[in-house]
Design a protein around this ligand. Structure first.
Ligand SMILES: Cc1cc2nc3c(=O)[nH]c(=O)nc-3n(C[C@H](O)[C@H](O)[C@H](O)COP(=O)(O)OP(=O)(O)OC[C@H]3O[C@@H](n4cnc5c(N)ncnc54)[C@H](O)[C@@H]3O)c2cc1C
Length: 395
């Protein structure tokens, strides 16, 4: 059977027995008992409750409900690179990461993570076009296989046992200048490269991005920011795919953001951010500013080491930043197994010698505890934990 994307309609796949076994219990495993919803794509969570952001993300109401009473959502958009993919081809393609297809070895999440931590994926694929990504999402959904979108893995702590589902590595690398200061960028495009290019073109808004080693999709999802700038400041619209495989374009008014928070983190029906359109303002000093930010970063952050950037958000109830609190608690350089608190920047934790996820989590817990004991301040993670399977999900 063909998975066809024709005339803007995404046709459903019929389930086939290969290569995934059906996971009948996965709806429950995703923690949805009252309302039967589609398997959530991201079995990721913060280990603790986040502080309330200034503008709390709200659930989107534009046709994202998957309950049977709502009308079926219609796609807003026709994919630019419509392709047909044989279902069997997707199976083969996904199976390759499994280590059983075409003699390939299993893909380890450590290869996809800036921390260099994480065990094998059950299934793995790289998506280099929106239609490939959506085909894979629909394929996983039809078989109730959990899936996870990974950009550069620069804000995730993966499990030592890996991920018991399908990891989709985002390679949607298109860029297009659609007008003066308007950039429509594929979500897999390197955010740091975008920051440099826009600044070089003489546009301001993403100068900070020159030092953020993630993807555009990861930056929108996390609302990455630094130096007083945030990704959301210059987002005009975002194209997403839902777990049902519909493509939608969300305008800025449809979206809410807070400090390292976005409505994407709460959106039940989100499969993936596909593309982001940015609107920037002309500036003669953008390039100089971008270089200044990068220079400052080089001096204050351990950029050559395996880290995930800031481990904790800056607390809203303290005058001190998370890094200052950790430093003042005397924890700079503190080691646990192969993980340590950076001597350069105390909010950066380093995999200096084969750290396991367990080492890193242990270090994170210990630092939280010590800071709380000394200052009465509770730190909250900015990094996201990706558990092996949904049953072990931490809330
Ligand atoms: C040296 C260093 C410096 C850093 N500096 C900063 C900084 O200054 N400011 C800052 O905010 N962060 C910083 N970070 C953290 C990190 O780079 C950012 O959070 C970045 O935006 C994450 O992007 P990513 O592609 O790596 O996301 P990943 O780590 O791959 O994913 C993060 C989360 O986003 C989700 N996601 C990713 N892409 C998509 C998509 N297309 N659709 C849906 N969900 C998606 C993932 O499922 C996951 O939940 C730094 C990290 C490092 C290592």
């Amino acid at each position: 059977m063909l998975l066809a994307i024709t005339q803007g309609n995404l046709l459903p796949l019929s389930p086939s027995p290969l290569p995934f076994p059906r996971q009948a219990s996965s709806f429950r495993a995703w923690g949805c008992s009252a309302r039967r919803r589609s398997p959530a794509p991201f079995p990721i969570c913060a280990a603790s409750e986040y502080p309330t952001p200034s503008a709390p993300p709200r659930r989107l109401t534009r046709g994202f409900s998957s309950s049977s009473s709502s009308p079926p959502p219609q796609p807003d958009h026709i994919l630019p690179d419509e392709e047909e993919m044989e279902e069997a081809d997707i199976g083969m393609w996904i199976g390759e990461g499994n280590g059983e297809g075409r003699g390939q070895k299993k893909k380890h999440l450590s290869e996809l993570s800036s921390w260099g931590i994480g065990g094998p994926c059950r299934y793995f694929l790289e998506a280099s076009s929106p239609s490939q990504l959506i085909s894979a999402v629909r394929y996983c959904r039809a078989r109730s296989v959990p899936f996870l979108i990974v950009g550069k893995g620069s804000n995730c702590l993966f499990d030592d046992r890996g991920f018991d589902g399908c990891v989709i590595l985002n390679r949607l690398n298109s860029t297009e200048r659609t007008g003066p200061g308007a950039y429509r960028v594929g979500s897999g495009y390197p955010f740091n490269r975008l920051g440099v290019e826009c600044s070089r073109d003489g546009y301001s808004g993403l100068e900070f991005a020159g030092g953020v080693p993630g993807t555009v999709g990861g930056a929108a999802f996390m609302n990455a920011g630094a130096n007083g700038q945030e990704t959301s400041d210059c987002i005009e619209s975002v194209q997403i795919s839902t777990t049902q495989g519909w493509v939608r374009v969300l305008d800025r008014d449809d979206l809410t953001f807070g400090y390292r928070r976005s409505c994407f983190q709460e959106m039940e029906d989100l499969a993936a951010i596909l593309a982001v359109t940015f609107r920037l303002t002309p500036s003669v000093s953008a390039l100089e500013q971008q270089r200044r930010f990068l220079e400052r970063r080089r001096k204050s952050q351990p950029l050559g080491e395996k880290s995930a950037g800031s481990v904790f958000r800056n607390p809203h109830d303290s005058e001190m930043s998370a890094g200052q609190l950790i430093e003042k608690a005397g924890l700079k350089g503190f080691k646990l197994g192969g993980a340590k608190v950076s001597e350069v920047h105390a909010n950066f934790f380093i995999n200096f010698d084969g750290s396991t996820s367990r080492d890193m989590r242990g270090l994170i817990s210990l630092v939280k505890e010590k800071v709380h004991q000394k200052f009465g301040v509770e730190l909250h993670e900015e990094v996201r934990y990706v558990s092996y399977n949904v049953i072990e999900r931490v809330r």
